[in-house]
Design a protein around this ligand. Structure first.
Ligand code: ADP
Length: 390
């Protein structure tokens, strides 16, 4: 079916535009380089990790209508590696016939957490019960009247990522510390696992899912320490998670990657937490462990090329490299040689020159035929490598 389509992307004048020049874009560019596909990246920072690998770079504000619109006019297909982009500009470009993947409509349903949660309710996708509030004063009023019961999870509708903009509210005094913005109050879910499934879909509606991954948390710090593929869960639960992820994908009609984050509740229900319409942290393991990694898969999908094999060749574990507390300034990766001497260990350094506490500076992948062995090596990696300032 694909043989009759002249895909004129390779070593041609075709240009793929990418909004956002962070590490996700940088890893996408390894793949466009592999295929010799020309790229143009827009990012506000001249130090963006993408700068070293794209063919053309424009510095500019991703939320500014004119900047995004003018950039979009110059490229043949537009994609993004960050959700915080000007949607009105994407809509205008689409109206003029520009291909934008994922579409502005998909992004509209995702960018605002309140809209995203309502979308799940409309499409009968299992998710935690929630209410949307326009101001923090309205949240306080609902708590005072007993309409909203403690504890609950507060989430700002816009701008939150990596747990910023999310807070468990156990007593009403904490409400005074929250920013005054539109938000949701969500039921606190009792879960035994956080899982994720990446779904890939092309405009011809070919769909595939990656295996279920599991986020293992630090028991005290409540921080994700390891992303493990495959998740160490029952096959039935894994099958349910993949089938719900496909349902979510169908509902959004997205093109490209969709990372679906889910909770496995104590009674083995799967409920959807949130989605990201782009390559995702939970798929970084795929660079070393999968037949086709998530970044290549995203490129294949948005160009309507045949999708690659999503299966794993090996067990894979990802450890985030984040800046140590009390370290700010020029970055150094302490003991990196030591971890590179371990079996199946590959560090990825995103290229941010300055570290600060908890800043995502890179990640390390550990692959092994045996996932338990990989997990043991991952722990050693985690204990040894430190992101510090010089
Ligand atoms: P972000 O967009 O910042 O990643 P999430 O919605 O994924 O925000 O929330 C961050 C973390 O907070 C989750 O990974 C999970 O550990 C916890 N969390 C989020 N929602 C709930 C909930 N309803 N119940 C319990 N924990 C939650």
């Amino acid at each position: 079916m694909y043989l009759c389509v002249m895909a004129n992307y390779f070593s041609s004048n075709f240009t793929l535009g990418i909004l956002g020049g962070g590490q996700l874009g940088k890893m996408m560019l390894y793949e466009t380089r592999k295929f010799d596909i020309t790229t143009h990246v827009l990012d506000p920072s001249l130090e963006a990790p993408c700068r070293i690998a794209c063919n053309a770079f424009t510095q500019g504000d991703l939320m500014d209508y004119d900047t995004v619109y003018t950039f979009g006019k110059k490229v043949d297909i537009l994609t993004f590696e960050i959700e915080g982009v000007n949607i009105e500009a994407l809509e205008a470009l689409e109206k003029e016939g520009k291909k934008v993947y994922p579409s502005a409509k998909t992004l509209r349903n995702i960018q605002d957490k309140g809209v995203q949660k309502k979308f799940y309710t409309t499409h009968k996708i299992p998710t935690a019960p929630f209410s949307v509030f326009e101001t923090i004063a309205k949240v306080k009023k609902a708590v005072a009247s007993g309409e909203l019961k403690l504890p609950f999870v507060w989430k700002s509708c816009k701008g939150g990522y990596d747990g910023k903009g999310v807070q468990v509210i156990k007593n009403s005094h904490i409400l005074d510390l929250l920013p005054d913005c539109p938000c949701i109050a969500e039921e606190l879910v009792a879960f035994k696992n956080e899982l994720a499934v990446i779904v890939v879909r092309n405009p011809s509606a070919q769909v595939k899912t990656y295996p279920v991954v599991e986020m293992e948390f630090h028991p005290q710090a409540n921080q994700v320490e390891y992303v493990i593929c495959p998740a160490r869960i029952d096959d039935k639960v894994a099958a349910k998670a993949r089938s719900i992820a496909i349902e979510v994908s169908k509902a959004f009609e997205h093109v490209g990657l969709l990372a679906v984050e889910m909770f496995q509740t104590n009674d083995d229900q799967i409920i959807v937490n949130e989605v990201a319409p782009r390559p995702h942290n939970s798929g970084h393991y795929s660079i070393e462990a999968s037949y086709t990694n998530q970044f290549e898969q995203h490129i294949r999908a948005i160009l309507d090329l045949p999708l690659g094999n999503t299966a794993s060749k090996l067990g894979g574990i990802m450890v985030n490299l984040v800046g140590e507390q009390n370290h700010t300034g020029d970055v150094a990766y302490q003991n990196i040689e030591e971890i590179m001497a371990m079996d199946g260990v590959t560090p990825h350094i995103y290229g941010k020159k300055q570290t600060r506490p908890f800043r995502k500076m890179g990640h390390v992948t550990i692959v092994n035929e045996n996932i338990d062995t990989a997990r043991e090596i991952a722990q050693k990696v985690k204990q040894r490598i430190k992101v510090i300032s010089k």
